[in-house]
Design a protein around this ligand. Structure first.
Ligand code: DER
Length: 232
């Protein structure tokens, strides 16, 4: 499909940044999956020697299938490069991530990397973050209270919407790789993403949120006609 072409060309371009001997963070989502497949091809065709640190169990599974040597973040300690997708990115390269529910491991791995490259298609580019519901990872204990505290905290912030919804997986709450739940915040527009991220992470019961501030270094935008843009 055209959108798959856009994701594929972005993923393929990003894999060109990977050099022999690198420790690479492997993102989660459909665009990141194209990246893992392209990486597997480079390993097979060029004998590229790298190790990969996955950001979710499903990425780990795919990486092994295509022949990437998978190691844990604890074994790698620090990474040279992480390549991951995003749900939104703005002009400051701040992101909303977490649509796939892997935001906690994604943010830890991206922060442990010298460089983060985000692979996208034009639908992810926004003037202001917030049209995509902001995922907030919360511990299961007292999650309804935590959700209420989150909504209450929004009152003093520059956001338009103020409701959160518990993310479901069928008729049960969605459970992350870490065993937590996700509350999706329907904010419509986030005026000050940095402040919102700090306020959210102070709330007891909140583990992490999907705002990536000052983490992304490059965005690769793939287009359905095969064109690719790289933005620093
Ligand atoms: O969940 C995530 O953070 C994913 O990377 C998401 O942001 C992008 O997923 P997509 O590539 O399937 O659109």
């Amino acid at each position: 499909s055209p959108i798959d072409t856009a994701k594929f060309v972005a993923a393929k371009r990003a894999v060109d940044f990977i050099e022999d001997g690198m420790r690479v963070g492997l993102g989660t989502g459909s665009t990141a999956a194209w990246m893992v497949r392209c990486l597997g091809e480079r390993i097979r065709e060029e004998g590229l020697k790298i190790t990969g640190v996955p950001t979710s169990s499903r990425t780990a599974e795919l990486a092994r299938q295509v022949g990437v040597k998978v190691i844990s973040l604890d074994e790698a300690r620090w990474l040279d490069l992480t390549i991951d997708g995003a749900d939104e990115f703005d002009a400051d390269l701040n992101l909303i991530k977490g649509g796939g529910g892997a935001l906690l491991q994604e943010k830890i791995v991206a922060t442990a990397s010298d460089m983060m490259i985000v692979i996208t298609d034009p639908s992810k580019q926004v003037e202001h973050l917030g049209a995509f519901p902001l995922p907030v990872e919360v511990v299961p204990f007292g999650w309804q209270t935590t959700k209420a505290l989150i909504e209450e905290s929004l009152g003093s912030l520059d956001v338009l919407g103020q409701t959160g919804t518990l993310r479901m997986n069928g008729d049960a709450p969605f459970v992350t790789d870490e065993g937590n739940h996700i509350v999706d915040l329907h904010l419509q527009r986030i005026g000050d993403p940095r402040k919102l991220s700090l306020v959210l992470n102070q709330i007891p019961g909140v583990v992490e949120n999907g705002l990536f501030i000052d983490i992304c270094d490059k965005v690769v935008i793939g287009h359905q006609d095969g064109r690719v843009e790289v933005t620093d």
